[in-house]
Design a protein around this ligand. Structure first.
Ligand code: HGY
Ligand code: MN
Ligand code: MN
Length: 400
């Protein structure tokens, strides 16, 4: 069977974004559907039993589904213009680990499954880890079903057009009971392993992080006919907030604040916008700092807005507190992997959502530049092979 590099090569053209570069693969769009179909084919070719749960997550079982299973997996969706490894590396490494174990005649003594989560990036419906939040019930099912993509389609409508029924969206106690332990392999989104000169690490923690929408309202008008003194241009306070976010994060130990998405309405070159939406992604090692960073920014946003005769409202769209992975489980995996180092991460993951419910752990694979969420994201073939082998060793130990 194929190793992780061959499996990644097999999907290298799916969802390639010619305009933005990288990949754009969003839940239930053509590319992600093609990846789902590909994964099901690959799983069935390995005699795994495939089913899609009520929250559109895909489960592939080695043997009968059962409780206290060893579960591994990740996601197939991407950010807009994302890299090839964030998500898919965890999925292809899981398939490759199954091959490695099968080839050595391994027979699991615990149920074992590969799990592919829906909408981890929130690239279409705006809430990250949507599939794992639904599975665990950490997002209200009705709220999730009503999430709209930029063209106004709701998650429930998108599910239906995909052929899935949203009526049972929500916490899935039976599925959760089946997860005895969860391990997610992921490309490292940082340079920790490069600096340590190691191919694989285990995860120690995830930054507290959330997303907030700031909607600035002004008065749409003509770019030429409107005197500066007569303007209420929401682009001004929005721009000031972008700069304020960088200043705020620079003042918090380990703080990060990003505005990667800013949408003027209507968005004409010769039009003063009537509203400007921007989304703040704020993170830091602890909840209190993250929350106070956002409170401060909400305060200055109001000042910026009123100085321009505009208004602003702030909506929290998602939040996840700091995750500390189970230290015993983490150290057990590290011990299996030549004392692999433990690294914290600034990136959120489905494993981080599951960690509140079941013993969860992560393996990271070296990323030479540390760049992620960009076309330059990369992991060397030898490190991808080492990652799949490490995952196989972990699964063999846990399910053996
Ligand atoms: O945004 C994140 O940290 C993750 O890639 N969803
Ligand atoms: Mn990501
Ligand atoms: Mn990811």
């Amino acid at each position: 069977m194929a190793g992780p590099n061959e499996l990644l090569a097999a999907i290298a053209d799916v969802g390639a974004d010619r305009r933005r570069g990288g990949y754009s693969r969003h839940v239930f769009d053509d590319a992600e559907r093609e990846l789902r179909e590909w994964f099901v084919e690959q799983a069935e070719a390995r005699d795994l039993r495939v089913s899609t749960d009520r929250n559109a997550n895909i489960w592939a079982w080695w043997g009968d589904p059962g409780d206290d299973a060893v579960v591994t997996g990740s996601h197939l969706d991407s950010v807009p213009g994302g890299g090839a490894f964030d998500g898919p590396l965890g999925v292809v490494s899981a398939l490759s680990a199954v091959d490695i174990l099968r080839d050595k005649g391994f027979r699991p003594r615990r149920p074992l499954a590969v799990l592919v989560f829906a909408e981890e990036e929130g690239g279409r419906f705006g809430v990250p880890c949507l599939g794992s939040r639904l599975l665990t019930g950490t997002i209200d099912a009705d709220k999730a079903g009503a999430l709209r993509d930029p063209s106004g389609v709701t998650f429930a409508e998108a599910m239906r057009s995909f052929g899935a029924d949203p009526v049972r969206l929500g916490r899935d106690v039976e599925a959760l009971r089946r997860i005895g332990q969860f391990v997610e392999l992921h490309v490292e989104q940082g340079r920790g392993l490069v600096d340590l000169d190691r191919p694989v690490a285990v995860a120690s923690s995830i930054l507290a992080h959330g997303r907030w929408r700031f909607r600035f309202r002004g008065q749409g008008n003509h770019a030429g006919a409107t005197l500066i003194s007569d303007r209420h241009d929401p682009m001004l306070p929005a721009s000031q907030l972008v700069l304020a976010a960088r200043r705020a994060a620079s003042g918090v130990a380990g703080g990060r604040a990003t505005v990667g998405r800013l949408v003027p309405n209507p968005g004409g070159t010769n039009v003063i916008a009537s509203t400007v939406d921007l989304w703040l992604d704020a993170r830091s090692p602890d909840d209190r700092s993250t929350r106070s960073m956002v409170e401060d920014l909400s305060g200055v946003a109001s000042e910026f807005a009123s100085a321009e005769g505009c208004q602003v409202d702030v909506t929290e769209e998602s939040y996840g507190g700091t995750v500390h992975f189970d230290a015993v489980f983490r150290d057990q995996l590290s011990g299996l992997l030549d004392d692999a180092p433990a690294l914290s991460t600034g990136a959120g993951h489905d494993a981080g959502i599951l960690a509140a419910e079941v013993p969860a752990a992560m393996l990271f694979v070296r990323n030479p530049t540390g760049i992620s969420h960009a076309p330059e994201e990369h992991a060397e073939p030898d490190d991808c092979t080492a990652g799949a082998r490490a995952l196989a060793r972990v699964l063999e130990n846990l399910a053996g």
